[in-house]
Ligand binder design. Structure first.
Ligand code: ARG
Ligand code: ZN
Length: 844
């Protein structure tokens, strides 16, 4: 069944309090509920319906008398009085066999929960919808040393704990954790003087991997006070690390649950990238306390209300703590890598979708990352001060509410007087707009002619013009900035903007800091790009100029066999030699478009991408860099070595990323000699893993690969890297074989989402390997998705997106992918999650 935004109606009852008792047992946990309901005067639908899934009902009573409940689709119904009443029920659930990791389940002997979006209905009968909010009191009876739930502890003794969460919340924010856990403690004093106890709870053995996460939490708490004026509202904040988890982490009130890969870190086992990601995710979940928990969503169509805003906030946090340009470039790389393909294929959907079958399929790059871009555009349009004022009003007006996108936009309209009617199209129109630029120069007037258009997307044939903030600066021919960044507001399909008083023709720098999530078509030549690469005063656009040169060089190699562009290599060399630029920025400059990005560009240009040709051209360009910078690379490598202890800060990680980028090119000419040296002396995972990666890429590293396994076989997170890396560095014709061999490794466990993704995710992300013409990778992935679906539908469904680009390719590949999609679709008892994904992908 399909659910529509337009069909929203409020629930017929209001809850005045929830009491839950859990009697924990792995295969037969009993859940007792006592819930006070009263009729909702604002509701027209008075049906008493409670969601419930995979529950065994033991007893149910209304006002103490046994209740007559009717089984209906997705739950139960009962006749209730037209007055306040108490609902009591006892159900039995089976956490041990819950491999879907939704509701209450077990991970390595500990109990934990994941309720967002609709998992609470697997715990007990309840109106499992975000607009039903209530205060919870939770009693846990179990033999585990640590028994946790939301809020503050009321009482605790051996085998027993009682928790109270004073803040009314929707059921998706409920959490329970029980296990023999250890805590890494900390404290934070809020700006108004509240002392908050902080804990990161882990399994024994992981306690030395918590310090970094704890610091990130404190930094987040401070930042949200300083920048958004948001203070924490309980005396306790707990984080728990869990090995088996479908997503990154979850913002349950006062009890965040994290995929252990998103919180546990140590220099020996985690890369700089891991540290950065952990810092951002801890911030993200903490920031949800206000944007998500205190103000939640009316219904799941409003998911971007909390996710887009919270991603935007965590991106601001990272930009403040580390380098803003580097953060912005990384965000754009992620957007282009994940959101653009989604928006340009069969899975395209608006930031606020209007229908779904399974909401878990809409925790997407579009809702999260494009949703964050929309917030950023809003801030750019109204300005920093007006943004702060509007957000303050949002917190004031909607604290305690289950709100909508309309509510969010209304606070901006009310506080700025702006009409956001057209801006709202960013929430309802799917697809990536194309922004085309033409330039004119006449007398002393320079003119930019901007036009926009968006191609049709599934279910949306007609597109209307959107409000696009275009940040523009002007440079003189000698590279001075003659006009600082201005925001042009493009609202029509076509519009011209004039700049007067320019005695010499200026050079425009357009879409600075990537001011809108669009595709910019500028029609400028190499000379202009090289000029911007050398002179642009906007760090994003300077990087972008190099990126575009690399892109054009690669596309020319792919389509005409042209040699790598000398102008690009020259310009890049100058940037790499510029010591005034920080190392992380230069490392980003050294990168080049991914092979799947190139495939997407060719497809858009009406050319069928040939994965082999794309792979060859990409390798050739890397080899050309290795040759062109033969003298420079060892210098970059040497200059960016660090004496002294490892620290995951921006400076250190920037230096390592530049040194490692240099190493990967050096390894193309020295057979891996320098990488072997680095591997031998590496005292942190960033250097160790990069060295191993270079060795494998150079066709060496057999010995080190075995040593690595020997060293780390007890560490699940490090072993995930070991699995992935072998696939990532396999030659295209070996990828399926290597993957298959790794699925036979005793440590391959499809029930662990991290391990499954380490292997199958790497397979689907190896462009040339996944799309190898023998079709072996397509078949292997489909085979494993079919195996995983009955075990874990959510993770299966997400990974189906590997096939979303199937229509890009040649008939032979399309036929093979289509056959695999059919094979999945025709699997008996396919989950609703996977069925929806495959149906949408096949409809392309
Ligand atoms: N709200 C979580 C976050 O973004 C994500 C949880 C999604 N879980 C799911 N099963 N869809 O931080
Ligand atoms: Zn989130």
């Amino acid at each position: 069944t399909t659910i529509f935004l337009k069909d929203y109606t409020p629930f017929g009852f209001i809850i005045d309090g929830v009491e839950l008792t859990f009697r924990l047992a792995p295969k037969a946990t009993r859940v007792l509920s006592r819930i006070k309901f009263r009729p909702n005067p604002d509701a027209t639908d008075k049906r008493f319906f409670l969601h419930g899934e995979s529950l065994t009902l033991i007893s149910a009573a209304i006002d103490g008398k046994s209740a007559d409940v009717r089984d209906v689709d997705g739950g139960i119904e009962a006749d209730v009085p037209d007055a306040p009443f108490v609902w009591e029920a006892e159900v039995e659930i089976n956490p041990q066999d819950n491999t879907a990791l939704e509701g209450l389940y077990m991970s390595n002997g500990m109990y934990c929960t994941q309720c967002e979006a609709e998992g609470f209905r697997k715990i007990t009968y309840y109106p499992d919808r975000p607009d039903v909010m209530a205060a919870f009191e939770v009693t846990i009876e179990g033999n585990e040393k640590v028994l946790l739930s939301n809020g503050n502890p009321l009482s605790q003794s051996q085998g027993f704990a009682k928790w109270q969460d004073p803040w009314p919340k929707p059921a998706y924010l409920f959490a329970l954790v029980a296990g023999d856990l250890l805590n890494h403690p900390g404290t934070f004093t809020t700006k108004s003087g509240r002392q908050v106890d902080l804990n990161i709870w882990v399994r024994p053995g992981d306690e030395n991997k918590c310090a970094f996460g704890m610091q990130a939490l404190k930094d987040s708490m401070k930042w949200d006070e300083d920048v958004y004026g948001r203070e924490y509202d309980l005396d306790l904040f707990n984080i728990v690390a869990v090995d088996d988890f479908n997503m990154g982490a979850m913002e349950n009130k006062g009890l965040n649950v994290f995929n252990s890969s998103c919180v546990l870190a140590s220099p020996e086992t985690s890369t700089d990238g891991n540290f950065e990601r952990i810092e951002a995710i801890i911030a993200h979940e903490y920031f949800h306390n206000w944007t998500g928990n205190r103000i939640t969503c009316r219904d799941w169509f409003q998911l971007c209300l909390k996710e887009g805003l919270t991603v935007y906030r965590d991106q601001q946090f990272t930009a403040d703590l580390r380098s803003a340009p580097v953060a912005r470039i990384s965000n754009v790389l992620a957007l282009r890598g994940r959101q653009f393909p989604e928006d340009q294929g069969p899975l395209s959907h608006p930031v606020r979708p209007e229908s779904f079958q399974e909401i878990n399929n809409f925790y997407t790059a579009t809702v999260y990352e494009k949703g964050a871009e929309v917030i950023g555009m809003l801030k750019t349009l109204v300005g920093d001060a007006a943004y702060s004022k509007a957000v303050d009003l949002y917190f004031d007006r909607h604290d305690g509410d289950a709100a909508t996108i309309e509510d969010w936009l209304q606070v901006f309209e009310d506080s700025t007087g702006r009409d956001l009617g057209q801006f709202k199209r960013w929430y309802s129109q799917s697809g990536t707009p194309r922004l085309t630029v033409r330039e004119d120069y006449d007398g002393d007037t320079f003119t930019l002619h901007l036009s926009q258009s968006t191609a049709p997307t599934p279910g949306q044939d007609e597109k209307l013009p959107q409000v696009i903030p275009v940040a523009v600066g002007l440079l003189s021919p000698n590279g001075d900035e003659v006009m600082a960044t201005q925001i042009l507001e493009l609202t029509e399909a076509e519009q011209s903007f004039r700049f007067e008083g320019h005695a010499t023709r200026p050079i425009p720098s357009i879409l600075r800091d990537f001011s809108a999530p669009v595709i910019l078509e500028q029609g400028i030549d190499k000379t202009r790009r090289a000029f911007l690469l050398a002179h642009d005063t906007d760090p994003f656009n300077r990087w972008e100029a190099g990126r575009m040169l690399a892109r054009e060089s690669l596309l020319a190699s792919i389509t005409t066999g042209a040699a790598p562009d000398a102008a690009y290599l020259d310009g890049l060399g100058a940037v790499l030699r510029d010591d005034t630029l920080d190392a992380a920025y230069r490392a980003l400059m050294l990168g080049q478009p991914t092979q799947s990005e190139l495939a997407g560009l060719l497809h858009e240009a009406g050319i069928t991408p040939d994965p082999e040709a794309i792979h060859t051209a990409s390798e050739d360009l890397r080899n050309a860099k290795a040759a062109a910078f033969g003298d420079l690379l060892p210098v970059l490598y040497q200059d960016n070595q660090i004496d002294g202890p490892y620290s995951p800060d921006a400076d250190g990680s920037g230096k390592r990323s530049l040194a490692n980028a240099a190493l990967s090119l050096i390894s193309r000419t020295d057979g891996g000699a320098l990488a072997a040296e680095q591997y031998a002396k590496a005292d942190n995972m960033t250097l160790q893993l990069a060295a191993l990666s270079c060795l494998l890429d150079a066709g060496a590293g057999k010995e080190q690969l075995a040593a690595f396994e020997q060293q780390w076989h007890d560490d699940r997170l490090v072993m995930d890297k070991w699995f992935s890396l072998q696939i990532m560095q396999a030659k295209p014709d070996q990828v399926a074989e290597v993957t298959k061999r790794l699925t036979q490794h005793p440590d391959f466990d499809m029930k662990n989402p991290n391990r499954f993704r380490a292997v199958m995710g790497a397979l689907s992300m190896h462009h040339a390997g996944f799309h190898h013409k023998n079709g072996a990778a397509y078949a292997l992935l489909a085979e494993w998705l079919i195996k995983l679906d009955p075990v874990n539908p959510q993770t299966t469904a997400r990974m189906c997106s590997a096939f979303q680009t199937w229509k890009r390719y040649d008939p032979a590949r399309q036929t093979m992918m289509s056959a695999e999609l059919d094979r999945i679709a025709n699997t008996k008892d396919l989950s609703r999650d996977t069925n929806e994904m495959i149906t949408r992908i096949r409809s392309a």
